[in-house]
Design a protein around this ligand. Structure first.
Ligand code: SF4
Length: 350
């Protein structure tokens, strides 16, 4: 368990983290990237942390990878690279840094470690898990193999290293349909997200897609009825859903795509009003780059992603605690499943 008071005491001894409008004003270039969604008063609180983290990054030769679901002060204030889980994993292999700080959830840090075993990977809060990743273990994969002998196992990247190691190939929400379609077998096992699997089954009718019953606690909360009612009361709003949503929600939306697919769609289409049916920070993080789009409507927060805060990032970098380790044998097997996905995606031109 994290001892937050102890962390705060440690940080306040070493850093001046008093809210400072003067410091905030001197860092207006960073603030400009989030000024539509972060108030000046909040920025005055964040600025001392952002400065301390950015200074420390240079000292430690560290890079910060920020997932699209991070809060804007993390995504725009301290992240060197932002993106979805696959983009961040690939970035982890490319950067020259000694240290990677993963601003995301635990399976993402494991993936970075698997792909970059010689780098130190820090997780600012080890309790930042994921309902999907926690829904299945390697035993669950073995059970699916027993139920469907000979069928390949395609596991979403939102899984532990142990589950990746037990799978044949990984997929993300942006390449899942193509990865499944490319399998030789007629029957394909998808784990652990039942909704992503059902959405893929609709798009790849030539395959018999069978799935594990996991789900994302953020996306499973949306219903098709919510979308219909929203559309009725807000005509002209473009509804954009993540494929971790149930299939009837995806069917009700105007577009469905991974987080990077959603960003591309909104950037290309620039709808007057858009409702992103996904985690709340997505809209906040792209709002400043798309001032012509009015992001409206309800969103659902991921409690795991929100465990990552500026204070925890500063503490992890300062003390070099929260180092992620993956057993070498598990890492070798997991790397194979991830690398097969990367290679096949390149081959398919995705
Ligand atoms: S949004 Fe869903 S899939 Fe992503 S980390 Fe949170 S629980 Fe997991």
């Amino acid at each position: 368990m994290f001892d937050l008071p102890a962390q705060r005491a440690h940080l306040s001894e070493k850093y001046d983290l008093t809210p400072s409008p003067e410091l905030a004003a001197s860092m207006s270039d960073i603030y400009d990237r989030m000024s539509r969604v972060v108030s000046p008063a909040d920025w005055a609180i964040y600025a001392p942390y952002v400065k301390a983290i950015n200074d420390l990054k240079a000292e430690r030769n560290a890079v910060i990878l920020g997932h699209n679901y991070m809060t804007p002060e993390i995504y725009h204030g301290i992240s060197d690279f932002g993106g979805d889980s696959l983009q961040l994993a690939i970035k982890a292999t490319e950067v020259e840094a000694d240290v990677i700080v993963q601003c995301g959830v635990h399976f993402m840090a494991e993936t970075s470690k698997i792909l970059s075993p010689h780098k130190t990977v820090l997780m600012p809060d080890m309790e930042a898990g994921c309902s999907l990743a926690e829904s299945i273990t390697a035993d669950g994969i073995a059970e699916m193999r027993r139920r469907y002998p000979g069928a390949p196992v395609v596991s979403y990247v939102n899984t532990t290293a142990e589950v990746k190691a037990a799978s044949d190939i990984c997929c993300t929400s942006s390449n899942a349909a193509q990865i499944v379609a490319a399998q030789e077998s007629d029957t394909v096992i998808m784990t652990p997200d039942q909704y992503l699997a059902q959405n893929v089954a609709r798009d790849v009718p030539q395959k018999n897609v069978v799935w594990w019953e996991g789900s994302c606690i953020v996306h499973e909360q949306y219903s098709a009825k919510d979308l219909r009612e929203f559309r009725e009361w807000n005509p002209g709003t473009r509804l954009i859903a993540h494929p971790e949503c149930p299939p009837d929600v995806v069917a009700e939306a105007d577009f469905s795509g991974s987080t990077s697919g959603i960003i591309k769609y909104v950037t290309d289409e620039k709808p007057e009003k858009a409702l992103l049916i996904t985690e709340c920070s997505m809209a906040s993080n792209i709002a400043d780059e798309l001032p012509e789009v009015d992001f409206v409507g309800p969103c659902n927060m991921c409690p795991y992603m929100k465990k990552i805060t500026l204070g925890k990032v500063l503490y992890a970098l300062d003390t070099m605690t929260g180092q992620v380790e993956v057993d070498a044998d598990v890492a070798d097997k997991a790397r194979l499943a991830v690398q097969r996905m990367i290679d096949l995606s390149r081959q398919l031109g995705i």
